[in-house]
Design a protein around this ligand. Structure first.
Ligand code: PLP
Length: 341
């Protein structure tokens, strides 16, 4: 199979149309068998539930070329399970988990020419999603849905080297207690756009959202979970019912404990104690971990001891170990890598 002639190191993070995508439709209470199609356009009613009342959910994951030339995806079963949780909370039908994994595998297999080569730093980003497709004008769940998976190659995240982020404590709330913060729904992103544009206008890379009820506890950013490292090398991540359960974060906590022998803790983290940590990072599929160098709380600047020029030592070890597992350089726990034939 011949690879597409793309400048892998410089493609950035944007949509590049690939050859095939997977589509399955839900009607009369059942999913159809699903197909791969070359048609990248979606045609739906002007009154579709997704367009009126934002009934849509999604996932994000990647396919990689390993050092020994295999094409793999990372823990797609967890994306399938998370999408089931999202669907249930949004009154949408569940796309069966085995079919989800199969759809992802089919989409990657059909776009192998777009899976960036090992060592390029680029990856094939995969976007499974589902939306209400039939007309809905009175507020209620749609009765017809479309599930799709498309693939788009994305460039290396840390192009030109790692640069620790400066983030600000936001006055906006991302998620309410008992709301939808724990599911991957487009609505959580629509309402965060004003907050992120405001943060960027004020010179910050990201927002740190606090718990909406008390404004004292760290939750997450708009699209990544926090990991902190204490001065005695314990890895700590905030616990809350309104945080999106990041697969990267859960994998990093496992790696910290089982591969690096570090103590790990998932617990409430107060904004007050953030200045005591040695390192801070943001975890998600896109970057794995982006180090945070500085947190600004209404003019009060908190500098992490790891500094503004590189990852802290524990963050770096976590990053190297997890990316080593993903790239097939370090043995993966059973079931973490799913190979595409
Ligand atoms: C997708 C997402 C993450 C990261 O999850 P991963 O599974 O690691 O990619 C974190 N926070 C939010 C709000 C997200 O939507």
């Amino acid at each position: 199979m011949e690879k597409k002639n793309l400048d892998w190191a410089n493609i950035g993070f944007g949509y590049i149309e690939t050859d095939k995508r997977y589509v399955s439709n839900y009607k009369d209470g059942a999913w159809d068998e699903g197909v791969l199609t070359e048609d990248s356009m979606v045609t739906i009613s002007e009154c579709a539930g997704v367009l009126q009342y934002a009934q849509t959910i999604f996932e994000g994951m990647k396919a990689y070329t390993t050092e020994d030339g295999r094409i793999v995806t990372f823990r797609p079963d967890l994306n399938a399970a998370r999408m089931e949780d999202s669907a249930k909370r949004m009154e949408m039908p569940v796309f069966p988990q085995e079919r989800f994994v199969d759809a992802v595998v089919q989409t990657v297999a059909a776009n192998k020419a777009y899976v960036p080569p090992f060592g390029s730093g680029a990856t094939l980003y995969l976007r499974p999603y589902m939306f209400g497709s039939n007309p809905v004008i009175g507020v209620k769940p749609a009765s017809e849905y479309q599930f799709r998976v498309f693939a788009t190659p994305v460039g290396p995240y840390f192009k030109g080297g790692v640069k620790p982020l400066t983030i600000c404590v936001s006055d906006f709330d991302r998620a309410a207690p008992n709301g939808t913060g724990h599911i991957k729904a487009g609505l959580n992103y629509a309402m965060s756009l004003h907050a992120i544009v405001s943060a960027h206008n004020n010179g910050f890379d990201e927002n740190m959202y606090l718990d909406a009820a008390t404004k004292t506890k760290v939750e997450e950013t708009g699209g990544a979970n926090f990991l902190f490292v204490t001065k005695d090398n314990k890895v700590v991540t905030p616990k809350s019912g309104s945080i999106l359960p990041s697969i990267t974060r859960r994998s990093l906590m496992y790696v910290a404990k089982e591969y690096l022998g570090l103590e790990v803790e998932e617990r409430e983290v107060y904004l007050e104690e953030v200045s005591d940590f040695a390192e801070c990072g943001l975890c998600g599929t896109a970057a794995v971990i982006s180090p945070v160098g500085k947190i600004v709380d209404h003019g009060k600047e908190i500098y992490l001891p790891s500094g503004m020029s590189d990852m802290g030592p524990v963050t770096k070890k976590l990053f190297d170990t997890l990316t080593g597992i993903q790239m097939g350089k370090i043995e993966a726990p059973k079931g973490w890598l799913v190979e595409i034939q």
